[in-house]
Structure formats: C-alpha cells, structure tokens
Design a protein around this ligand. Structure first.
Ligand code: GSH
Length: 208
C-alpha cells in the first residue's frame, strides 16, 4: 500500500492519476496548505522543502518527495508509462514539465488568478509566458501523439493536470487544436477521471 501526502493541486493530481493508472492500492493523507501543514516538523522530515506531494511505499518503507521523482519511481516499479527504450525522450519532456511548464504556469496562477491587480509587470510577464507555452505544446503535439512520442507516458501524466487548470489561465485552450486533442484524449481515461477527483468530492475535469 502507498500513502500519498497531498493536496488538491496539479502537482498532487499527477500522483493520484499515476496511482490509478498503475492500479496501485493507495490512501491519500490530506495536507492543508492553507493551514501550513506542509511546514510541520514531521512532514518536513519527509519533504525537506515543505512541499506536497510525498509518497511512502509500505512495501519497502521508501518515502519520496518531488512529483517527477515519484512518477519515475512508480513508472519503473510497475513497468508502465516509462519505457526503457524511450527513457531519454520521456525524461526530457518530464524535466520540461518540472523545470518550465509547472513553475511558469504556477506563477501565472499567482499573478492572474490569485492576486490580480497587484503587479501589472507580473501579470503581463506570466500571461505572455503561459501563452507561449500553450503554443509550444501545441506545436509539439502537431507532430507527436503524446509529448514523448507515440505512447502515453509519465511526461503526459505530469503535464496534463497543469493544462487542466486552463480556466484559470484564461488563454482559450480550444484555440490550440493539437493541445485540445491531447487534453481531451487524456481526459477520457478512467484513471485520469478518478485521479483528478483527488479528494473524492465529485470534482469534474473542466472541458475546453
Ligand atoms: N517541484 C515540486 C513542486 C511541488 C509544489 O510546488 N508543491 C506545492 C503545491 S502544488 C506546495 O507544496 N506548496 C506549499 C509551499 O510551498 O509551502 C514537485 O513537483 O513535487
């Protein structure tokens, strides 16, 4: 059994989706970020920077933080969505999500969604970057079925929950034909529908 310490955020949903995809028995322990539960001493023993998600695999006692590392671990352990023959390409797109797509869209959330009117510079800068990312992903998906090629992989699982925040982004997902095709394809997977509803409160995937 795997314990997942998480919150209902894109980084959190990556892992519920992956756990549903690999058919793993798991339990979610909710970390309330609004109450700073991520900064408690016991949690920081598992996650030194005080960030969700974290897993503990009770089969071997291993705890891991960083969503990308968790996806790689689960992909390797279950031999799913992380083919050895395509691993460099999968890693490349996974790292692009971890280093660029997540952090930049996260800033866009901060300025455009949570704090509009506080910084014109921040709002404009991250709106522009987010829009550029939509175009760049659309371009990639014009010639590739999934981010790392023909197959659905952990790179898609890492990226998809960020695009699922498209209503907050206010960019108009439906104007990006290839990104929309990819988004809807993944949104129709049973594991994604289940994993998206991280808190099991009936949360539905937003349509473009
Ligand atoms: N690179 C990390 C980022 C994790 C992250 O930013 N988590 C956020 C929620 S989505 C968090 O825990 N924020 C609380 C804080 O920073 O205090 C990962 O992918 O696991």
């Amino acid at each position: 059994m795997i314990e997942l310490f998480s919150s209902d955020t894109p980084n959190g949903k990556k892992i519920t989706i992956m756990l549903e995809e690999v058919g793993c028995d798991f339990k979610v322990i909710k970390i309330d970020l609004s109450k700073d539960e991520q900064l408690k001493t016991d949690f920081k023993k598992l996650s030194p920077f005080g960030k969700i998600p974290v897993i503990t695999d009770h089969e071997n006692g291993l705890s891991l933080f960083e969503s990308g590392a968790i996806l790689m671990y689960l992909g390797e352990k279950h031999n799913k969505f992380y083919e050895l023959t395509n691993r460099n390409v999968i890693n490349q797109w996974l790292m692009a999500q971890m280093g660029t797509i997540g952090p930049m869209l996260g800033q866009h959330h901060q300025f455009h969604h949570y704090n509009p009117g506080k910084s014109e510079f921040g709002e404009e800068r991250f709106f522009k970057i987010a829009k550029r990312l939509y175009s760049e992903l659309d371009e990639r998906l014009s010639s590739s079925k999934y981010l790392a090629g023909l197959n659905y992989t952990i790179a898609d699982i890492a990226t998809w929950p960020w695009i699922a925040r498209h209503e907050w982004h206010d960019i108009g997902l439906k104007n990006y034909k290839n990104l929309t095709r990819w988004y809807l394809d993944i949104a129709s997977r049973d594991a994604v529908i289940k994993g998206y509803d991280l808190l099991k409160n009936g949360s539905k995937i937003p349509r473009p």
